[in-house]
Write a protein that binds this ligand. Structure first.
Ligand SMILES: [Zn+2]
Length: 338
């Protein structure tokens, strides 16, 4: 089996939608490009054009080769402890607030039901280790998942799984979701696509249950030792901040804000910045608002441990792979076709 080398600072492969020029770009260039300060080096198209340059799978990406795809370990992160599970209930982990919000969509009171049906119809998504970790960080900040327990899955595909030829562009709608029925109707188990959101320009897979042979699972982030010096200092800083009142507003804008950040949340944001500074440039933005203020006060040492644990997933993936080596594989029962 092939284990790819992890590299969160990989150069990204770009392709111009206007002139088809292809090139590699680093994270700083991409940041300037997305602000409109860089252009296609050949035809000058910038990020505002409809046919703009976008991430594309490198010509030498090994995932162009079918048997390499089947021989490679793939990754997935989720809050589900028993994935993949055909019988899973997508609403089981939702908070009451989220349930009510989904319920209200569509005004007929069946929003939650429709959402659940959509989740169950989705293909399973697998990607590189980096893509799986970035996906978890995005879910933590964008989708109220900040205090949920996440699991990392390492996946082996079946040798006889069938692949749709070629690497396809990511779907522009619904965060790139592919439906199980689409794959089933096309008679394929695996569809390759360019991931433009996580580990951008890497190849990810939309797969049917039938494509998965076995999985290993570990809870992430890995535990951090209580003796970590930065963690204990950071916990003391949070405790100290929790005892202080919110700072007085200084500017007119700050005086107009109804909800001023507490001294505690300001300190927590500073901790996030300190940890983010140890990470590759392209992933630093993900380390933002990873806390829930209520839990910060309840257990101040838990947040710095979590930050250190999350950063270690990026900076020290070797520890993750060593842990995975100790975990047994669970076979995913071959299910009837259809
Ligand atoms: Zn161009």
């Amino acid at each position: 089996m092939i284990e790819r080398a992890v590299d969160f600072e990989r150069l990204r492969w770009m392709r111009c939608g206007t002139c088809s020029n292809e090139w590699r770009a680093h994270a700083e260039w991409l940041s300037r490009f997305h602000q409109g300060h860089e252009r296609c080096p050949k035809c000058g198209t910038n990020c505002e054009a409809e046919r703009r340059p976008d991430f594309w799978a490198a010509q030498d990406d090994p995932s162009h080769d079918d048997s390499t795809v089947l021989d490679t370990f793939w990754y997935h992160t989720t809050t589900h402890a028993n994935w993949p599970d055909r019988a899973f209930n997508p609403t089981a982990n939702l908070t009451d607030v989220t349930k009510r919000r989904l319920q209200a969509i569509g005004a007929d009171g069946r929003g939650l039901e429709r959402w659940a049906a959509r989740q169950k119809a989705k293909a399973l998504h697998l990607g590189t280790y980096e893509a799986a970790i970035e996906n978890m960080l995005r879910r933590m900040t964008d989708q109220d998942g900040v205090d949920e327990r996440f699991y990392l899955y390492r996946v082996r595909l079946r040798r006889d799984a069938s692949l749709e030829p070629g690497v396809h562009p990511e779907r522009a709608d619904m965060m790139g979701d592919v439906q199980l029925a689409e794959l089933g109707e096309a008679g394929i188990d695996i569809l390759r696509y360019v991931n433009t959101h996580e580990d951008p320009s890497s190849v990810s897979l939309a797969v049917r249950f039938e494509a998965i042979l076995a999985v290993q699972v570990i809870p992430i982030p890995l535990p951090v030792t209580r003796a970590d010096a930065w963690v204990s200092t950071a916990a003391a800083r949070l405790l100290d901040a929790a005892a202080r009142p919110a700072p007085e507003p200084k500017t007119r804008l700050e005086r107009m804000q109804r909800h001023r950040p507490s001294a505690l949340s300001i300190e927590a944001s500073k901790l996030e910045e300190e940890v983010a500074d140890t990470l590759p440039f392209g992933i630093r933005d993900r380390f933002h608002r990873l806390y829930n203020e209520k839990n910060l006060t309840a257990e101040p040492a838990a947040f710095p441990s979590k930050l250190v644990g999350l950063a270690a997933l990026v900076n020290d993936p070797r520890a993750v792979f060593e842990f995975l080596e100790t975990v047994p594989w669970r076979g995913v029962a071959p299910l009837r076709a259809g």
